[in-house]
Ligand binder design. Structure first.
Ligand SMILES: [Zn+2]
Ligand SMILES: [Zn+2]
Length: 253
């Protein structure tokens, strides 16, 4: 069997004569990148005796023992499941329990969460903020299942008065691909929101296909795309719900 070394330094020893050097990072580093996680974060969650093995792991399908963040029993899962799937069985049961259902769908402020960091996201917030009154004090929504190990999601923009989230996707957006695995997780995130009474409008720019029932496919973020967001809000929640949020427009001179 040929040993493979990866650009990230994982895998076989690149200086060994029997190894083949690949110019890409290992599958695990790639998944960490796509899911915006770090290996340090994973290492903090794995059972301590397995830490050394995980530090050099390249395979997404490799199984490890994990410690639950909330102190439940250890559970075994693959690295891929830990990064993209539900977490420990008790957390999952709690997420679907009566206490969680009461809070499900509630928008709240998650302190320290970096939102609107990309320029285009800031532009979307600005353009949309010129049309409707946006709530600036919320950035997260409590959901009724676990998503990436948390019981909440952080859409780009929240309109809690209408229970609608607006997401901006393009293939070049920093650190995110929005294709393949990311598209799958976007769909799952939308489902988690829909489950608690929210709808998601996705602006899909730069050649991305429609994703979900309320997609706006465009080449880039323009005023016309924002007009479509308003039209979709009306279609989803009705004029009577949207009208009170509108900011009177100054007509061009
Ligand atoms: Zn790697
Ligand atoms: Zn747990």
């Amino acid at each position: 069997m040929v040993a493979v070394s990866f650009r990230c330094g994982h895998g076989a020893d690149a200086s060994s004569p029997d190894s083949v050097a690949l110019s890409r990072v290992c599958p695990l580093c790639m998944l960490l990148h796509e899911t915006q996680r770090s290996r340090a974060e994973l290492l903090a969650r794995v059972a301590p005796p397995q830490r050394a093995a995980l530090a050099g792991e390249t395979r997404i399908g490799a199984s490890y023992e994990w410690r639950c963040r909330r102190g439940h029993d250890r559970y075994s899962a693959t690295v891929g499941q830990v990064l993209t799937g539900p977490s420990c069985a008790k957390c999952r049961a709690n997420a679907a329990g009566p206490g969680a259902r009461r809070e499900a769908g509630v928008a709240f402020m998650k302190p320290g969460l970096r939102v609107g960091t990309s320029q285009v996201e800031q532009r979307l917030r600005m353009l949309l903020g010129q049309r409707i009154r946006l709530h600036h004090r919320v950035n997260a929504v409590r959901i009724a299942r676990m998503f990436y190990g948390k019981q909440e999601v952080w859409p780009d923009i929240l309109i809690p008065q209408l229970r609608v989230a607006v997401e901006y996707d393009d293939p070049g957006r920093s650190r995110r691909a929005h294709r393949g695995l990311k598209a799958g997780s976007d769909v799952e995130k939308d489902e988690a929101l829909r489950e608690v009474g929210w709808e998601v409008i996705r602006i899909r720019a730069g050649g991305l296909d429609a994703l979900g029932p309320h997609s706006i496919v465009c080449s880039s973020l323009t005023v016309a795309a924002v007009d479509e967001v308003i039209a979709l809000l009306r279609r989803i929640r009705g004029d009577a719900a949207v009208d009170p949020l509108l900011i009177p427009q100054q007509h061009a001179v």
